[in-house]
Design a protein around this ligand. Structure first.
Ligand SMILES: [Fe+2]
Ligand SMILES: [Fe+2]
Length: 166
């Protein structure tokens, strides 16, 4: 997909990176990337769990905040309030699942989980993957094309600059 606006290009790239991470999440939690549950001190598991935790706490959090603060209100003003509300609701649900998943990941780090907690973590991880994957796809198909028309060059530069600077 080709976007004129750098804000859109960045979001599109981040969605693609997320989809890749989610493919890995599905492999790990369904036991296609090594035994699941893993041994608590398995270095590959620990590296993966650390990366997933950081994606939840840093990348996804930052991406969601940017959309909610700087993009959804513009959508609303432009008359696309329904889409903004839908995407916003999905953020709320995904955040709740992500928080529970992050809690279990942290507890897994801190000294292992009971068998039923490993099962609960698998269920949460697959739900997280399903919901976030379809959310990213929906934004690629519906949000980014609308934004492409909505953002003028100056606004795009300003938004992207602030986002890229963190
Ligand atoms: Fe989003
Ligand atoms: Fe997004």
């Amino acid at each position: 997909m080709e976007f004129q606006r750098q804000t859109n290009r960045r979001l599109y790239e981040e969605h693609a990176a997320t989809v890749q991470l989610l493919a890995r999440v599905e492999r790990v939690f369904t036991g296609r990337a090594g035994a699941y549950p893993p041994l608590a001190d398995d270095p590959e598991w620990r590296a993966f769990a650390r990366a997933l935790l950081s994606a939840i706490e840093v990348e996804v959090a930052r991406h969601f905040e940017f959309e909610e603060r700087d993009l959804f209100p513009r959508l609303e003003e432009a008359g696309d309030g329904d889409l903004a509300a839908l995407l916003n609701e999905e953020h709320v649900t995904i955040r709740a699942v992500a928080q529970s998943l992050a809690d279990l990941l942290r507890r897994a780090f801190a000294g292992g989980l009971q068998p039923q907690q490993w099962q609960a973590m698998k269920t949460l991880a697959l739900e997280f993957s399903e919901r976030l994957g379809s959310h990213a796809q929906k934004e690629d198909g519906a949000l980014l094309p609308v934004l492409e028309n909505l953002l003028d060059e100056d606004t795009d530069r300003e938004l992207f600059g602030a986002y890229a600077a963190g």
